[in-house]
Design a protein around this ligand. Sequence first.
Ligand code: B1M
Length: 212
Amino acid sequence: MGLFEEMQQAIIDGKAPVVKELTEKALSQGVKPGDIFPQVIIPAMNEVGRRMRDCEFFIPEVLIAARASRAATDILRPLLVGDDVARPAGTVVCCTIKGDLHDIGKNIVAMMLESSGFRIVDLGVDASPEKIVAAVREHHANFVAMSALLTTPMVNMKAAIEALDAAGLRGQVKVMVGGAPVTESWARSIGADGYGKDAPAAVQLARSLVAA
Ligand code: B1M
């Protein structure tokens, strides 16, 4: 088994100390921190999702796997983001939308945006439209990046855009949406400025919106 497969298996098995050890080993062998997301974390969590769907895994196993994936992201974050406080590209209010508690993908998107020069205001999960509006106002944000992993709360993305509009803030922010069930046509239908299929696409989109 190759190192990436071993890392994936350790995440699926929920073995956080092994994930930590193998992440350090990969880095010491010259693997780029940014490659560990697409090569290890995302496929491992997809397999966890498949097992959940097929009733091979239940919530405890999924939570343990999610915690194991954090053992890798905790090591990778400082390497990707650094401690530079100057973030000239703009301020992004990032969140998982109200009703949704999934945050692994949102955290990866936030980390990659931060490493590309954006300042991140992370509202965490279950963020209400009111909370998003307040954060945009307080931090003079240029972007809102909303994530959804469940289908039912996706309508709250639309509610957040309407709330920004009602607060007179829609003209000052570009709204990006993403997450597994979100599509380009959904983004368009709710009046978002763009959709990212994954974290690199979200960064590319944010950059293109800065330039627009
Ligand atoms: Co949940 N869960 N879960 N879960 N869970 C899913 C999403 C599900 C597809 C599993 C399944 O049935 N196969 C299913 C959703 C079905 C649906 O609505 N269509 C599901 C369900 C049903 C549930 C519960 C309802 C289960 C229950 O209680 N019976 C419950 C809901 C709780 C709630 O939110 N209210 C629940 C709970 C949980 C846990 C808490 C146990 C845990 C979350 C832990 C955590 O996040 N801290 C969990 C997990 C881990 C998953 C799966 C297995 C993995 C999600 C993940 O982390 N993927 C997931 C199955 C799956 O997705 N395969 C599943 C890895 C991550 C890197 O990918 O988040 O897609 P992702 O992010 C990607 C892209 O989507 C994109 O970039 C990221 C990186 O490339 N992206 C953006 C994300 N946000 C973006 C924003 C952007 C642009 C791109 O611009 C702003």
